[in-house]
Design a protein around this ligand. Structure first.
Ligand code: SF4
Length: 510
């Protein structure tokens, strides 16, 4: 079989879902091939001489190989200006490469002027006209080469982001037309979200043979006629992926120790709305996996993908450090108010924690059932800074209990903790289309698409998206303290590359 990771997603680390499938297939001695069509496709388009010959594009072409080299070693990450120039130029070249199509293309962007990834009819159109996709010359040849010698029983696609959807369907349409005998399976995070919608009706029955929601290991094995072993944890396997070719100074190993969330209480959380149960790998096996993978691949960074790394796993990692720097998302819990705990995390290799603070107003946090106490959050941020761990803080504006007054408290909180906040992510709240709380709100269609995951709603305090944007642009982002934090954020790759800008010299030599 062939497992394909389609464009476009940030090309900085191997696809975690596919590595997990490879682990399961290896364990059951099933042969397979892997194609990271995202990384390959982007590199292919970067190598095509662009039609445009303006000064910027010509300069970008001239510097292409230098930019690529600088992003795959430490050079760009030790020189902010150089990093930003490289990203800007590569985005320019991709956009120029797609100029003859109706697509705006970038390293993490795919926007079709005519087709929406949230509309099933548009995805079917992408499948009917694969030639219109900017990656067509790449995947036509690559897939033909793969299928020349043998027809695999199944080709599986891992579709996780909206930016991958139209390319996935273009590739599926091409395969359906040229190789009608091949069975096609489609899974991944985005497909799971579609299928968890209680109103889901499969619009792709004529095109895709199998749609898989949730972890795909057991489903894939059963499609191949293999009975899964009793043990349902298979260590991810990266051997078939080009771990050293991604846009990073060395291999980044993504690893997921759980699915769902151990807290699972925050109102309007998409994880909770989808009803994803919390499943976790025992902490000692996680530590064992990490030690094994680090020994094998010598990563420069481990990316823990859990929605929230549990305190017990953090304790285990402190006891058995993986031997490489690591980062991931965690909740702001009282554990982080203990300076010794933060220090132990740092000594285990933790370089950055992503923290979903969401608001600097206690009443908003309480209404959302975040389980965060602002005094504890303040102490946690200070402790992390003292320990040498950078904080990447996520804020969410426009949740139902938040109005302008509450949002100004968030501004005050961030300004007060400016020295402790390494990076900021600002988002405007999107109401998941289903979930227990949504029924109590006045909702309207948000995107014109049957696959849309969000719905528009009448904000109880009258704080519309337009007013929120105004506040963010004219007040929040203009505050000098906040502006200086926002300027640090690595463009395009944001939190995926942020750890490289905070690692000390000693760690960059690991
Ligand atoms: S901590 Fe994050 S993933 Fe968990 S329930 Fe809250 S928002 Fe959802």
């Amino acid at each position: 079989m062939i497992l394909i990771y389609p464009p476009v997603a940030k090309p900085c680390e191997p696809p975690a879902g596919i590595a997990k499938l490879c682990g399961a297939l290896n364990h059951h001695r099933v042969g397979y091939n892997v194609l990271d069509a995202n990384l390959e496709g982007l590199l292919y388009l970067l190598s095509v001489p662009p039609a445009a010959s303006d000064t910027w594009t010509r300069r970008a072409v001239r510097h292409l190989s230098r930019h690529l080299a600088s992003l795959t070693c430490w050079t760009a990450y030790q020189d902010d200006g150089r990093y930003r120039r490289a990203i800007k130029d590569l985005n320019r070249l991709l956009d120029m490469a797609a100029k003859s199509t109706r697509v705006r293309l970038g390293l993490a962007n795919y926007q079709d002027e005519d087709l929406s990834p949230a509309r099933s009819a548009d995805l079917m159109r992408a499948a009917e006209n694969p030639e219109n996709n900017p990656f067509y010359p790449y995947f036509k040849k690559r897939l033909a080469d793969y299928l020349k010698s043998e027809q695999p029983p199944i080709i599986g696609f891992s579709l996780n982001y909206l930016t991958q959807a139209l390319c996935t369907f273009a590739m599926i349409g091409f395969l359906r037309r040229e190789h009608p005998g091949v069975k096609l399976a489609l899974g991944g995070g985005l497909v799971t979200s579609w299928m968890r919608n209680p109103r889901w009706k499969n619009p792709f029955g004529s095109l895709v043979d199998h749609l898989v929601a949730g972890p795909g290991e057991a489903a894939l094995l059963s499609l191949l006629g293999v009975s899964p072993s009793q043990d349902n944890h298979f260590r991810p396997n990266y051997d078939s992926l080009p771990v050293r070719d991604y846009f990073a100074p060395g291999p980044i190993l993504p690893y997921s120790s759980s699915s769902g969330c151990y807290w699972n209480k925050c109102l309007f959380c998409p994880e909770r709305a989808e009803g994803n149960s919390y499943q976790t790998i025992p902490a000692d096996r996680v530590a064992e996996d990490l030690l094994h993978l680090v020994d094998k691949h010598k990563p420069v960074l481990i990316h823990l993908l859990d929605n929230a790394i549990s305190p017990s796993l953090m304790n285990e990692i402190c006891k058995h450090p993986p031997g490489a720097p690591w980062y991931g998302f965690t909740r702001i819990t009282r554990h982080l108010t203990d300076p010794d705990f933060c220090l132990a995390l740092r000594q285990s290799g933790c370089v950055m924690l992503k923290l979903g603070l969401e608001s600097g107003d206690q009443s908003v946090l309480d209404s959302l059932h975040k389980g965060i106490n602002l005094e504890e959050a303040s102490l946690a941020l200070k402790n992390l800074r003292k320990a040498g761990i950078s904080s990447y803080v996520y804020l969410l504006f426009g949740t139902p209990p938040e109005g302008l007054t509450e949002a100004r408290r968030t501004l005050e909180f961030v300004v007060k903790h400016q020295d402790c906040v390494g990076f900021l992510n600002l988002a405007i709240f999107n109401m998941p289309i289903y979930g227990p709380e949504v029924r109590q709100m006045e909702t309207r269609a948000f995107y014109d698409g049957d696959l849309s995951l969000y719905t528009s709603f009448d904000h109880p305090k009258g704080w519309s998206r337009q007013l929120i944007r105004q506040f963010l642009d004219k007040e929040f982002k203009r505050h000098p303290a906040i502006a200086s934090i926002l300027r640090r954020d690595p463009p395009v790759f944001t939190s995926n590359h942020a750890p490289f800008f905070v690692m000390d010299k000693e760690m960059t030599r690991i």
